[in-house]
Design a binder for this molecule. Structure first.
Ligand code: MTE
Length: 315
């Protein structure tokens, strides 16, 4: 494994994000600035109680040049979130209308114990900071310090049945909060899917924050998937439902253009998009293009999941 996850006791003082800061910001957003100004009463007393924990930082021993984090300003203003429009600045300009609290994620399907998690329940999972590359199918990329926890931890709680082979994800689809839904650019709600073994892989996380803070709405608040070895569109935002299934589930991009967007969507410099090359990419904020790495640089960890598969066919 290329990634070492430090437990809080191993992390140096300067390597941890105070959870207090993280949760205080969440309370401030949920409760409104006025409440904070009036004495900082937290909106969720339960959350405030957990405020003494700290978020451990993941140390990534990859080439530090490759993994220099993208400036937060770029990562929060150059986004794809079609529920708020197709322009890169639409999400940061319009996603303020998304209400992220209260928020529930239903987990159901082929499981022994279907459950509904409130966002406050998700924040109780052991949060870690993970610096991952995000490679968009449009051939740009970023490096983002996410805060989240392995999707596997959530899936284990609901006890997948032996019949479960895939995991389907669904984003909220509320036209009152999401102006982009008026346009039929995709089949709403936005959906995505993984094979169960992909979903259980330790690199796949549910993220609730980035850059040491709660997720901005435009980046998929309050909870999104991050699957770093796949094209960015697999990392579905603002998730409200996770369903374990027997059959491969339909996905929004595959439904819209099946020849261009396969189910697997592993980053693969050898398989071009029908309309452009995937051999290289532009790191947001950089001028020169760099070579795209197989599985976005995570081949050592994940290539085994696809042993024996024709990756041209199963793109
Ligand atoms: N999730 C939803 N619900 N709607 C979207 O339009 N866009 C995807 C993915 N998740 C998208 C989504 C695409 S194409 C990319 S590249 C990433 O989100 C972008 O994530 P970012 O804006 O946080 O960089």
């Amino acid at each position: 494994m290329l990634f070492r996850f430090k437990v809080p006791s191993q992390a140096r003082e300067d390597e941890v994000t105070p959870r207090e800061l993280f949760l205080t910001r969440r309370s401030a957003i949920a409760g409104g600035a006025a409440l904070m100004a009036a004495g900082g009463l937290p909106a969720f007393p339960g959350l405030a109680k957990a405020a003494t924990f700290q978020v451990p930082t993941t140390v990534s021993p990859q080439d530090p040049k490759l993994d220099a984090p993208t400036p937060k300003e770029s990562a929060t203003t150059y986004n794809n979130f079609y529920e708020f429009g197709t322009g890169k600045t639409d999400p940061s300009e319009r996603a303020g209308s998304l209400r992220t609290s209260p928020w529930q994620v239903v987990v159901d399907g082929e499981v022994a114990k279907p459950m509904t998690f409130g966002i406050e329940d998700l924040l109780k999972f052991p949060l870690e900071e993970r610096v991952y590359r995000l490679r968009c199918v449009e051939a740009w990329s970023m490096v983002i310090p996410w805060i989240g926890f392995p999707l596997a931890e959530l899936l284990k709680r609901v006890e997948p049945s032996w019949t479960a082979r895939y995991v389907a994800f669904q984003t909220l689809a509320d036209p009152a909060q999401m102006p982009g839904l008026r346009s039929p650019v995709l089949k709403w709600p936005y959906t995505e899917g993984l094979r169960l073994d992909e979903a259980m892989h330790p690199l796949a996380i549910l993220s609730v924050g980035m850059y040491g803070e709660v997720l901005p709405n435009q980046n998929g608040a309050p909870v999104r998937l991050v699957v770093p070895w796949k094209y960015g569109y697999k990392s579905i935002k603002s998730v409200v439902r996770i369903t374990l299934t027997r059959e491969q589930p339909p996905t929004a991009w595959n439904l819209s253009q099946p020849s261009e967007y396969g189910f697997y969507s592993n980053v693969n410099p050898d398989v071009d998009h029908p309309r452009w090359s995937q051999a290289n990419e532009r790191r947001v904020g950089e001028f020169f293009r760099r070579k795209t790495l197989p599985f976005n640089g995570y081949a050592e960890e994940v290539a085994g999941l696809y042993k024996g598969m024709d990756l041209q066919k199963f793109h």
